[in-house]
Design a protein around this ligand. Structure first.
Ligand SMILES: Nc1nc2c(ncn2[C@@H]2O[C@H](COP(=O)(O)OP(=O)(O)OP(=O)(O)O)[C@@H](O)[C@H]2O)c(=O)[nH]1
Ligand SMILES: [Mg+2]
Length: 203
């Protein structure tokens, strides 16, 4: 359970992010996949992270302080078609330097739309994370949008692709921000990552 969640700061420059003095967990995924909605669902604060029906809402690296203990980070989405090459390049630079340079980052939750068949852009991004040693888990979103059978089918297809790429299946969660499903499982995992980070720091 998250008891307290507060917005701290937004940045374009990863170097200006808050002092990395505590555990940090980030959320990323294709534009409109439901990152901000999931963050609101997990924290129980309805409009903590700004959401929109229009893709490309989140443009900055947004830090939130959770229970005075860890940072939660909402990142802008990738794969939004209606942006210039220049904007895409800037995004890539900002996100790659954040993800590879943030010392206190203990986990990156990569969100995947459970309505879709495996998307090249998601697989490429996960592959990049693997190559760079970015510690990721997969979160399927919007499970309420179709039947459980269809969700299971899409999840399975995606995991099969991941197995082809990595030789094994990553940790994953199936969620709906609308229904609140998957909340306990995701928060339990977050807690494990943070506790691990904290015990490594004190030892
Ligand atoms: N039915 C349903 N709709 C969802 C769910 N999660 C998000 N949405 C909707 O999907 C749209 C996009 O959600 P956001 O949370 O803003 O997505 P985002 O990934 O933060 O998008 P960007 O910041 O633009 O990259 C909104 O209209 C949400 O209401 C879900 O679990 N179920
Ligand atoms: Mg967003």
């Amino acid at each position: 359970m998250i008891r307290n969640a507060q917005f701290v700061v937004s940045n374009t420059d990863p170097k200006k992010c808050p002092k990395p003095d505590r555990a940090e967990i980030a959320f990323i995924g294709r534009s409109n996949v439901g990152k901000s909605s999931l963050i609101n669902m997990l924290t129980g604060v309805k409009e903590l992270a700004k959401t929109s029906q229009k893709p490309g809402k989140t443009q900055l690296i947004n830090h939130f302080m959770i229970d005075d203990r860890w940072y939660l980070v909402d990142l802008p989405g990738y794969g939004f078609a209606k942006v210039s090459k220049d904007t895409k390049d800037k995004w890539e630079k900002m996100i790659s330097s954040y993800l590879t340079g943030r010392d206190n980052l203990c986990g990156v939750f990569v969100l995947i739309d459970s309505r879709l068949e495996p998307q090249k852009i998601d697989l490429e991004f996960l592959n990049w994370c693997g190559e760079e040693g970015v510690p990721f888990v997969v979160v399927f979103t919007k499970a309420d949008k179709q039947s459980k059978t269809q969700t299971d089918k899409n999840v399975k297809a995606f995991l099969n692709k991941m197995e082809d790429i990595f030789g094994d299946i990553p940790d994953y969660f199936v969620t709906s921000a609308e229904k609140g499903s998957g909340k306990d499982e995701v928060l339990q995992f977050v807690d494990e990552l943070i506790s691990e980070y904290e015990s490594e720091r004190t030892n």
